[in-house]
Design a protein around this ligand. Structure first.
Ligand code: PLP
Length: 395
């Protein structure tokens, strides 16, 4: 009999990490691979944030903290929600974890019973289904279409609801498509959710600040009648280039927030004290670089979308946010190119042209691939040339 648990058997390793490690192997073998697979900003953490961490070490903020976050960080998060989202929370409605990923994990571990369904619009961030499976739940994948900018429509939401539905996950701007929901679109989904009073909503707002063209970010907890059954998750990883610091947070109903802390108290305990001090500075300190960095990302998005749409066989929507695009490669699959699936496409692209991207099927939608443009313009220029050459060589 195998030593591994049944819950372990239910899940798979992260496919985005698999591409990154293949690219790393090729680089170690002397190949000049350009990685467009990583989900993290290429910018460094701003200096004021680093200094706050150094000061925390010097001051001796090196001990255990409250399991679910220091009072200073919770207050900074409370102020952030009020300032940026017009949402007011008490401190016991806020929790801090070791990255947004842990907050999500704890949320579902604290609330899911065997067989509970969680609606996950596809394409989705790779970890959602596996976290739900680990918690004993059933991911209900709802494929969203390119013609709807890969967003969940009210019609699809109605069809996906069953008596067992416990949660709906919304992620805006989205990983992997970059699409963001307008206020109107969220209101339309809300009308349905208001009729189904047992469904909770997990809003993953981690890309909130990476948004372009004056798009007005709106989050579902701002619909006041849904606030008491919405958990709004966010974090410092993407907005403040702090992926390695591992700080994520959430605000929501007290009962869930308490449950999250209980799980955390028996697993990791508090997130790193030093990272928490840095996150206080991130949230309370100057915010000027957010706009600057978004402008750089926007330039890169425009460049990449423009180049992709000039390649025969590829088409690509222009997304509102995040640092991903999700081009369609269906015309390059089939007998003519001898590539059956998007996975074949991505593997050949890596092997022949040394560009690492991730297949759409890893995110629950076949016939696409994800490009992360969180890398330098120089890299993007070379990568786009290589992708063009590769696609043209197929036909
Ligand atoms: N949610 C989405 C959609 C993401 O893309 C990520 C990271 O890639 C996370 C959550 C988790 O981020 P972190 O754990 O670094 O806060």
């Amino acid at each position: 009999m195998s030593i591994v648990s049944n819950s372990l058997k239910r899940i798979k390793p992260s496919p985005t990490m698999a591409v990154t490690s293949k690219a790393r192997e090729m680089r170690a073998a002397g190949k000049n691979v350009i990685g467009l697979g990583a989900g993290e900003p290429d910018f460094d953490t701003p200096d004021n944030i680093k200094e706050a961490a150094i000061n925390a070490i010097k001051k001796g903020d090196t001990k255990y903290t409250a399991v679910d976050g220091t009072p200073a960080l919770k207050k900074a998060i409370q102020a952030k929600f009020s300032r940026e989202n017009d949402l007011s929370y008490e401190l016991d409605q806020i929790t801090v974890g070791t990255g947004g990923k842990q907050v999500l994990y704890n949320t579902f571990m604290a609330t899911i019973n065997k067989g509970d369904e969680v609606i996950i619009p596809a394409p989705y961030w790779v970890s959602y289904p596996d976290i739900i499976l680990l918690a004993g739940g059933k991911p209900k994948i709802v494929k969203c279409e390119e013609k709807d900018n890969f967003k969940l429509t009210p019609k699809k939401l109605i069809k996906s609801i069953s008596k067992k539905t416990k949660w709906l996950i919304l992620n805006s701007p989205s990983n992997p498509t970059g699409s963001a929901y307008t206020k109107r679109e969220i209101e339309d989904l809300s009308k349905i959710l208001l009729k189904h009073k047992n469904i909770y909503i997990l809003s993953d707002d981690i890309y909130e600040h990476i948004i372009y063209d004056n798009f007005n970010f709106f989050t579902i907890a701002q619909i006041s009648s849904l606030k008491n059954r919405t958990v709004t998750m966010n974090g410092v990883s993407k907005s403040y280039s702090m992926t390695g610091w591992r700080i994520g947070y959430a605000a929501g109903p007290k009962e869930i927030i308490k449950g999250i802390a209980k799980i955390q108290s028996q697993s990791t305990s508090n997130p790193t004290s030093i990272s928490q001090a840095a996150a206080v500075e991130a949230l309370n300190g100057t915010q000027h670089f957010i706009k600057e960095r978004s402008n750089s990302f926007r330039e890169r998005r425009d460049f990449v979308v423009n180049k992709l749409n000039r390649i025969n066989g590829i088409s690509c929507l222009k997304p509102e946010g995040a640092f991903y695009v999700f081009p369609n490669c269906k015309k390059l699959l089939g007998k003519k190119t001898k590539l059956k699936t998007d996975k074949d496409f991505v593997e050949k692209l890596l092997e022949k042209s040394e560009v690492a991207v991730v297949q759409g099927s890893a995110f629950g939608l076949d016939g696409y691939f994800r490009i992360s443009y969180a890398t330098s313009m120089e890299n993007l220029k070379i990568a786009m040339e290589r992708i063009k050459f590769f696609c043209e060589s197929l036909t």
